[in-house]
Design a binder for this molecule. Sequence first.
Ligand code: 5GP
Ligand code: ZN
Length: 113
Amino acid sequence: MDCLFCKISAKEIPATVVFENERLVAFEDIHPQAPTHVQIIPRKHVATTLDLTAEDRSMVGEIFEVAAGIARDRGFAEDGFRLVVNTNPAAGQTVYHLHLHLLGGRSFGWPPG
Ligand code: 5GP
Ligand code: ZN
């Protein structure tokens, strides 16, 4: 399968990995939109949120747990941070492998663009 994030997970494409285990990988975004911009992904290929099934429930929970842990480690958890999952073209999804954006280290506007 020709999937960029599967290749990052398999170390076929380099990335700055900040956390990994058997199920998940977290790595620095190549075009950061904030002082911290990390992607947290499952190793399993899931294209979008619409492709999640009941068997993915614990994986989705673990993705959020990892995001919160990185936010705490980097010292901006209490100030606040933004978690984003873009789904399909209207939301601007460009990589069709599920990923949670962790953005932190600055303030964010609402509503988003
Ligand atoms: P999306 O627009 O699908 O929600 O987010 C895709 C994200 O992947 C973007 O923030 C983009 O900068 C990031 N990205 C795209 N290609 C690469 C890459 O080769 N390496 C890394 N580390 N991030 C990438
Ligand atoms: Zn993939």
